[in-house]
Write a protein that binds this ligand. Structure first.
Ligand code: KIV
Ligand code: ZN
Length: 564
């Protein structure tokens, strides 16, 4: 053996020539028939295959998700697989509307064993396969096309013959044939062998046979696969006798695209696994396919409204881990760290609330996290890449503090400084602690000890308010009195007239308040924006059960902070 150097040792894929392809003009408008191969293809790829209890739990989850065709295993392959098949059937685990699928090689003794394994089941797909690719014919079977076709048609004959008594006893039995390694087979030969199998199984438009066309090892670009498929379907004699099924693997990382383009090219059924578990780089991921449809307004007819529950089951039973960036399901996929993304998400959420739109229109979030049960997690997380809007968003989402926009930059800078200092992500609780330290518990040079207001509201807008109270300053408590056209004005005037440490030169810029509830306790939060005597913008926050006290505390907070 003397390999060519570098990439030259690989045989490049030879695309199937096709005239006037039509698939690129199609769109996916309805869900395919889904078949889960988690318990077979997925299971055979695990370091520790699932035991009976795990398979049963997995099976029931698939049923809950709404999968109606489930490949439960390879019952002729081992005693364990056989027993699991029997338990599913005898233990009454299979709902009336669910069809179990069993896989078998196109070999007589295995087919006979498989028929024993399915005895008593109500709805069954008997799935048989043999390899058809040029490579497998040359390297593994050392057989010509006629020999390979004979393996398939002999198996078809035996299956058809053995099926008749089972069907007569009431089993709804259907057939599936896979030309394994279809993607490496000459298309004219793939058509020939599949047509022969259809004939031997007596397929008709009423009694269709599933032709499952696997990308056993992904070897080409998704558009090239779609060309192959369109060509295959065009050439297949009696196409109406077949349900065209896809079984993509993910060796090039394009299993999802291959499936989607395969659907455009005429496929009607998809074999997939949750989170893409399967041999090598996996089978195509059913969750991504389904949720991709969902985001295009197409109901996939699968229920992933609680993706964390499905993920937990998957991780428990397979002992595999769903990656943080796995589409729709990963821990981080609804999290934005970058400042510009955070700002845009923040604006999108505000826009959704304020505009009353009935469409999902949030930048950087292709899906409403609530659709997969992720609404309670913080969408925005904070690290040194984060911008001013991110910290404000966390304060609103996690703690209910809706800071005025003008204040975002000031608090954002506080958070940024801290995240630069610690060098790691800041959790919402740490952000709240910064907010508390900076505003609510800021050092109190001035402190409100007591207050009362007297007011006289006249007709129209005119009003008169008198403030009377006590203000602490450097350990002393001073009486304070002031009058004005509103409580804030009266308080400012009282501060100006303090006997000691009187306050002047501050300009009121803006004010915002809202209620904040925790349990049955509701308090008012007030944000004050002042311009200090040096012309600097400064903010203060006050909180109290009493609205007036909240605003007075906010004013003193801003003043105290400007003196630091
Ligand atoms: O990937 C494959 O080709 C298979 C077949 C057995 C359908 O799993
Ligand atoms: Zn497979």
């Amino acid at each position: 053996m003397k390999l060519r150097p570098g990439p030259e040792k690989y045989v490049p894929f030879a695309p199937q020539p096709i005239e006037c392809r039509t698939w690129p003009d199609n769109t996916v408008t309805k869900a395919p028939v889904w078949c889960s191969v988690d318990l077979r293809d997925g299971n055979q790829a695990l370091i520790d295959p699932m035991d009976l209890q795990e398979k049963l739990e997995y099976f029931h989850t698939l049923v809950d998700i709404g999968v109606k065709e489930i490949e439960i295993g390879f019952p002729s392959a081992s005693e364990t697989e056989y027993e699991i098949c029997r338990e599913l059937i005898e233990g009454g685990h299979i709902p009336e509307d669910v069809t179990i699928q069993v896989l078998v090689q196109a070999r007589e003794h295995l087919i006979r064993k498989t028929f024993q394994a399915i005895e008593g089941a109500k709805n069954v797909i008997l799935h048989f396969y043999n390899s058809t690719s040029t490579l497998q014919r040359k390297v593994v079977f050392q057989m010509d096309r006629a020999g390979i076709t004979k393996i398939a048609t002999d198996a078809a004959d035996l299956i058809y013959e053995m099926a008749q008594p089972a069907i007569a006893r009431g089993m709804a039995l259907r057939y599936e044939y896979s030309p394994e390694s279809f993607m490496g087979t000459e298309m004219d030969y793939a058509v020939e062998i599949c047509a022969a199998v259809l004939d031997h199984l007596h397929a008709t438009a009423e009694d269709k046979v599933i032709l499952n066309l696997p990308t056993t090892v992904e070897n080409c670009m998704p558009n090239q696969f779609a060309d192959m498929l369109e060509y295959f379907i065009r050439k297949l004699p009696g196409r109406e006798r077949a349900i065209i099924s896809l079984h993509p693997h993910n060796d090039r990382g394009t299993g999802v695209a291959t499936t989607e383009m395969g659907l455009l090219a005429g496929a009607e059924r998809v074999e997939a696994t949750l989170f893409g578990n399967g041999e090598r780089t996996g089978n195509v991921d059913m969750v991504t396919l389904a949720m991709n449809m969902w985001t295009q307004g197409v109901d996939p007819k699968l229920d992933f409204h609680d993706i964390n529950k499905v993920r937990d089951m998957y991780e428990r039973c397979t002992k595999m881990r769903v990656g943080e960036r796995q589409p729709y399901a990963g821990e981080l996929v609804f999290t934005a760290f970058s400042g510009s993304h955070q700002d845009a998400i923040n604006k999108g959420v505000h826009y959704m609330n304020e505009s009353g739109t009935d469409m999902w229109e949030v930048p950087y979030l292709p899906i409403d996290p609530a659709d997969v049960g992720r609404q309670y997690e913080p969408i925005i997380r904070i690290n040194s890449q984060s911008g001013k809007g991110g910290a404000a968003f966390v304060m609103m989402q996690s703690f209910g503090y809706d800071m005025p926009k003008a204040m975002h930059a000031e608090f954002g800078a506080v958070v940024q400084k801290e995240s630069d200092r610690v060098g790691t992500e800041l959790k919402p609780e740490q952000i709240f602690a910064l907010f508390d330290h900076e505003y609510l518990s800021a050092p109190k040079t001035y402190q409100l000890e007591r207050h009362s207001f007297q007011e006289d509201a006249r007709h129209g807008d005119a009003s008169w308010v008198a403030f009377d109270g006590e203000v602490g300053y450097k350990g002393k408590v001073m009486d304070a009195h002031g009058e004005g056209n509103g409580p804030i004005d009266a308080f400012f005037n009282a501060l100006h007239d303090l006997p000691e440490g009187h306050i002047e030169g501050y300009h009121f810029v803006d004010y915002k308040e809202h209620a904040i509830a925790s349990g049955s306790d509701t308090q008012a939060v007030c944000y004050i924006h002042l311009r200090d005597p040096k012309g600097r913008d400064v903010f203060g926050v006050g909180k109290s059960h009493n609205i007036n006290r909240a605003s007075l505390r906010a004013i003193l907070c801003a003043i105290n902070r400007s003196l630091m």
